[in-house]
Design a protein around this ligand. Structure first.
Ligand SMILES: [Zn+2]
Length: 308
């Protein structure tokens, strides 16, 4: 049973929008791709876990950001089975890596990467202390899961909490058999889920303003901004995808509010943001159908809906 299903982080959603609406630096693009790749690996891990027989009787928690002693730490996946809490750090590394004589993790081109074993040890220790401080007693087992079949690590020491792609099947047999879910375990899992903290992604984003961002409606399929508008229909020049104008405008409003949480939804602001719809009437019709007007004379605006 999945307590909190995984979805893209707000940071990843924002990076996707910024990537198509402005020029990112090489470093920013690299960081953006690492987010995409990480998320893709997590989805693959979830699918693998889901496919294991009886997995619905495990309690699974995803993407937790926890804090202990003013230090935050991220947990990709937790699995509560019987009296044991499995803590998984999922890595979607691809290509050849090696560990040198000083224990540093390097790519074949000698670029050093963060040592995942140290990261895991740090997070596990913080998790243990956090649970102890709350009087929650449970054994914790932690593993780094390398999910990508095209990953190879040379000179890996033995007996480390590492599961390579070729070992996943064998590892699944070591996990405790899923038993009936106990109420006390659900209570425990919910207690952990309640510790999750939200962190604002905005301070880590590339600098952007309203003016340096490309306006327009993105395609509902390929996400390109190369979209034109013809008689209530949006047509993508890139992939020929067609959709009703209303769907595209609503998606654009979500993007607008995510990128500019402080900006108000008005006919003028959304008309300018969508760019390709000439008639303000069309925009007003969609807004008044889906949003509640907050009347304030000339500065009237539409209230943010619950889904933003
Ligand atoms: Zn398209």
């Amino acid at each position: 049973m999945v307590i909190n299903p995984r979805s893209e982080s707000k940071e990843l959603k924002l990076y996707r929008m910024l990537n198509r609406r402005m020029d990112l630096s090489d470093e920013e693009v690299q960081y953006y791709w690492s987010l995409e790749k990480g998320f893709e690996g997590e989805i693959q891990f979830d699918a693998w876990l889901n496919d294991l027989p009886g997995s619905e009787n495990w309690l699974i928690l995803n993407d937790l950001l926890l804090e202990y002693n003013r230090t935050t730490f991220q947990i990709d996946s937790l699995l509560l089975a019987d009296e044991t809490l499995y803590f998984f750090e999922i890595k979607n590394f691809e290509g050849d890596f090696f560990i040198d004589e000083n224990g540093r993790w390097l790519t074949l081109t000698k670029k050093e990467i963060k040592n995942p074993l140290l990261q895991l040890e740090r997070s596990k220790s913080l998790l243990r202390q956090l649970l102890q401080s709350l009087g929650l007693k449970v054994a914790i087992k932690s593993k780094i899961i390398f999910i990508n079949p095209h990953f190879q690590l040379y000179q890996a020491p033995l007996c480390q909490p590492i599961i390579f792609p070729t070992q996943l099947k064998r590892f699944s047999k070591q996990l405790p058999k899923p038993l009936m879910i106990k109420n006390q375990n659900i209570k425990f899992a919910n207690q952990i889920a309640a510790l999750h903290i939200e962190e604002s992604p905005y301070k880590r984003l590339p600098k952007y303003t309203y003016d340096n961002i490309k306006k327009g409606i993105s395609c509902g399929s390929c996400k390109s901004l190369n979209v034109i508008y013809k008689i209530d229909t949006l047509i993508c020049i890139n992939c020929a995808y067609k959709e009703e104008v209303e769907t595209g405008v609503l998606r654009s409003i979500i993007e607008f509010k995510l990128l500019y949480p402080d900006n108000k939804i008005t006919t003028t602001s959304i008309h300018e943001w969508c760019r390709i719809i000439e008639s303000k009437k069309t925009i007003r019709r969609i807004l008044s159908k889906h949003f509640t007007l907050v009347p304030q004379g000339r500065t009237s605006y539409y209230a943010d809906p619950h889904f933003i």
